[in-house]
Design a protein around this ligand. Structure first.
Ligand SMILES: *Cc1c(COP(=O)(O)O)cnc(C)c1O
Length: 408
């Protein structure tokens, strides 16, 4: 095992150590093999790569800047803090990077439609956007409760030409939307591409989504070399399913001297039972076609999860992260709702950047870490998305930190 590089994973069956795999019914096995073969081909296909590159540059606006947060670095008085500005991407987050890759792959496979589920609607909007520009139909399954909560995102998906299918069974939320979308996919897989929204699900999705997101870390390497002529000391990213984190970590996995830190949401506190800290408190188990860590009940069913950031409340985690935790290559820590909200406000006031509440978990940890390091060191935080969507919520839930300036 000693000579296995992290970047050579997964193995040919999609395993990262004991995690990952393709735990699906035989019918889907064939569909996923087709996806896997196409994914292997596009890695060396110049036509595909040129088109993907063109869209990333001219449509998404890549490369996203690497911004030196001078005000906060000086104020905190430790390591120098940099932000990787995925919030500046078209559609306002990193998800567009892999949605475009998946849509182009679907097109190459001759599919007519991309489909998926969405919870808060972020993945649905990114996929509907990618489908529009690539020229595919798009179908998004969404729980009725989430549709009511996320009216703006629903309107946006429809404007972009997507069909939004309301899911009216059970808790009428993300879990039911996954089941509903999968049910339809099982019927229609010959004409349809299922576009998963993070580094989760059956092989090859964890590997494929990480591949499309790894552009983030490659840009970071070049940008920090230009600014500091060396590698960073630490990279910090929030972890929901784990795609923005793997995206920025990937190029540095085999660089032992770069600390990699993933920040999970501890919600209302790790003891409260209301969190989504899967790697901190979960156990090995199976969910959504993969073996990984899962927050689970006594009977093995996934636990209800909570986070102030809806993009982070998932009871599973990408299988590569489960392995990286077990190997000790990535440190996984957590930040709670209040710390994230405080970092949201602090970043807005001190740097003029309103980050997504998801990204605010990573920022909260960076602000704890920076003062413990010295001035020559550099921390890079992945600002995975912008926070316009979260302003009303923070103002309502945390009026004291949002409007009275009492920042810690
Ligand atoms: C969806 C989302 C996340 C969480 O997903 P990962 O796969 O863990 O990256 C984080 N930040 C933003 C802005 C998101 O929209």
């Amino acid at each position: 095992m000693d000579n296995v590089k992290y970047t050579n994973l997964p193995d040919k069956n999609g395993y990262y150590g004991a995690f990952g795999g393709r735990l699906v019914p035989p019918l889907l096995e064939k569909a996923l093999q087709e996806v896997e073969i196409a994914f292997r081909e596009i890695k060396d296909d110049i036509g595909f790569q040129e088109e993907y590159r063109r869209l990333l540059n001219d449509f998404v606006g890549r490369p996203s800047p690497l911004y030196y947060a001078r005000n906060l670095s000086e104020e905190l008085g430790g390591a120098q803090i940099y932000f990787k500005r995925e919030d500046l991407n078209h559609t306002g987050a990193h998800k567009i990077n892999h949605c475009l890759g998946e849509a182009l792959l679907a097109k190459r496979l001759g599919k007519k439609k991309v489909m998926s589920e969405t919870g808060a609607g972020q993945h649905g909007v990114a996929l509907a956007t990618a489908a529009a520009v690539v020229g595919l139909d798009c179908e998004i399954h969404m729980g009725e409760i989430d549709i009511a909560k996320q009216a703006d995102n629903v309107k946006r998906m429809k404007l972009l030409g997507a069909k939004v299918v309301p899911v009216k069974v059970g808790g009428r939320s993300l879990k039911e939307a996954v089941d509903s979308a999968f049910g339809v996919y099982m019927q229609e897989y010959q004409d349809t591409f299922f576009a998963i929204g993070s580094v989760v699900g059956p092989h090859p999705y964890p590997e494929m989504v990480a591949y499309f997101q790894s552009i983030i870390g490659r840009e970071v390497r070049q940008q920090i070399q230009e600014k500091l002529h060396r590698l960073p000391d630490a990279l910090v990213a929030c972890v929901g399913g784990g795609s923005n984190a793997l995206g920025i970590f990937y190029d540095f996995l085999d660089e032992e001297n770069v600390r990699l830190i993933g920040v999970e949401p501890s919600g209302k506190g790790l003891e409260s039972g209301r969190h989504a800290a899967t790697l901190t408190l979960g156990k090995a188990g199976a969910i959504h076609g993969m073996q990984t860590y899962v927050l689970q009940e006594e009977d093995g069913s996934p636990s209800p999860v909570h986070s102030i950031a809806s993009g982070l409340d998932y009871p599973g985690i990408g299988p590569f992260h489960a392995y990286l935790k077990e190997m000790g290559r990535v440190e996984y820590v957590s930040a709670d709702d209040k710390e994230a909200a405080a970092a949201f406000v602090k970043t807005s006031r001190r740097e003029g950047i309103v980050p997504a509440l998801e990204s605010s978990h990573a920022l909260a940890h960076a602000y704890r870490l920076a003062p413990t390091l010295d001035k020559e060191q550099a921390i890079i935080v992945n600002v995975s998305g912008r926070g316009d969507k979260d302003i009303d919520f923070v103002a309502q839930e945390f009026p004291e930190i949002a409007f009275e300036g009492r920042l810690k």
